[in-house]
Every structure is written in structure tokens, then in C-alpha cells.
Design a protein around this ligand. Structure first.
Ligand SMILES: Nc1nc2c(ncn2[C@@H]2O[C@H](COP(=O)(O)OP(=O)(O)OP(=O)(O)O)[C@@H](O)[C@H]2O)c(=O)[nH]1
Ligand SMILES: [Mg+2]
Length: 140
């Protein structure tokens, strides 16, 4: 990986309630950027981010991870966090080193209050955040 200047680096935490699609978004970004030639999938155990044996068993993220994606002469360090409430300590650790947060919301389940509570907590830390509504399931 080439060396980037500080102004070319973004540290972006992905936060949401459980199963919203944070890890899938990172897998898609890694694939779209050309970092991998096959898109990893949480469901079939090939995700680049969910690799821990417990994560593979449960099909969910348990630990915070950094996934660098090179895009248009910038390096975006995606910080994939677990959505399950028991692992909120991992989310806090991720947010602590993030410049910005991307709140992932599923179109299928509607808006959960958890991402917004986290977004508000983020704003209190004086960091920017953007919200992205992802995927409609079932062919919608
Ligand atoms: N149809 C559809 N399904 C998706 C999409 N993104 C994620 N999923 C599915 O939603 C489920 C959860 O996806 P994950 O990427 O593991 O969600 P997550 O937010 O990382 O979940 P946690 O780490 O447990 O918080 C999996 O079954 C994915 O295949 C999408 O854009 N469209
Ligand atoms: Mg995940």
C-alpha cells in the first residue's frame, strides 16, 4: 500500500444497530476499490472484516476492526464496529479514533433509535457524522 499524507487519510467509523449492514458495506467497498477480486459475504463466512472464529460462527461482528480502502488518491480507514449492545465498548473505542461516523440504517426495519443515540453522542464529541440508508430487502 502506498504511503499517504495525513490530509489524504479519513478514519470513518461505521455504527448502527445489529445487522444493519456495516460489515457488508466494508466488504463491498473493498471489492469496489479493487482491494479484493471477490466480494466477501458475512453469510457464507468469507467477509474480510468478520474473520474471528466466533464471528464466523455467529455471522455477526464482535470486535472493532480497521479496514483500509484506497479510493481516488485517499485512504479511507473504515472502522467496522459491532452493533450488538453487549459490545458497545468496541464501538466507543472505534469512535474515539474516528474523524467521522457513518450511521447505517436498514430500509427494511426502519429507523432504530440506537444509531441516533450514538450519533448524538458523537456530536457531543464535536465530530462530524453522516447517515446512509442502505438496502431494501426482498427485491424491494
Ligand atoms: N439484501 C441485502 N442484505 C444485506 C445488505 N447488507 C447486508 N445485508 C444482510 O444483512 C445481514 C447483516 O449484515 P452485516 O453486514 O453482518 O450487518 P452488520 O451491521 O455488520 O451486523 P453486526 O456486525 O452484527 O452489527 C447479512 O445477512 C447480510 O447479508 C444489503 O445491502 N442488501
Ligand atoms: Mg458487522
Amino acid at each position: 500500500m502506498k504511503v499517504y499524507r495525513a490530509e489524504q487519510i479519513r478514519n470513518v467509523a461505521l455504527i448502527s444497530h445489529v445487522g444493519a449492514g456495516k460489515t457488508s458495506l466494508v466488504d463491498a467497498a473493498l471489492y469496489d476499490s479493487g482491494a479484493v477480486t471477490r466480494q466477501g459475504k458475512v453469510d457464507d463466512g468469507t467477509s474480510i472484516s468478520d474473520y474471528d472464529p466466533d464471528e464466523l460462527k455467529r455471522h455477526m461482528s464482535l470486535n472493532v476492526k480497521v479496514l483500509p480502502v484506497e479510493w481516488k488518491d485517499h485512504k479511507i480507514n473504515f472502522i467496522d464496529t459491532p452493533g450488538y449492545a453487549d459490545f458497545v465498548g468496541e464501538v466507543k473505542a472505534g469512535l474515539r479514533v474516528a474523524d467521522a461516523a457513518l450511521v447505517v440504517v436498514t430500509a427494511e426495519k426502519g429507523v432504530d433509535t440506537a444509531p441516533y443515540r450514538r450519533a448524538i453522542s458523537l456530536q457531543r464529541r464535536g465530530r462530524p457524522g453522516i447517515s446512509k440508508s442502505l438496502h431494501l430487502r426482498g427485491g424491494q
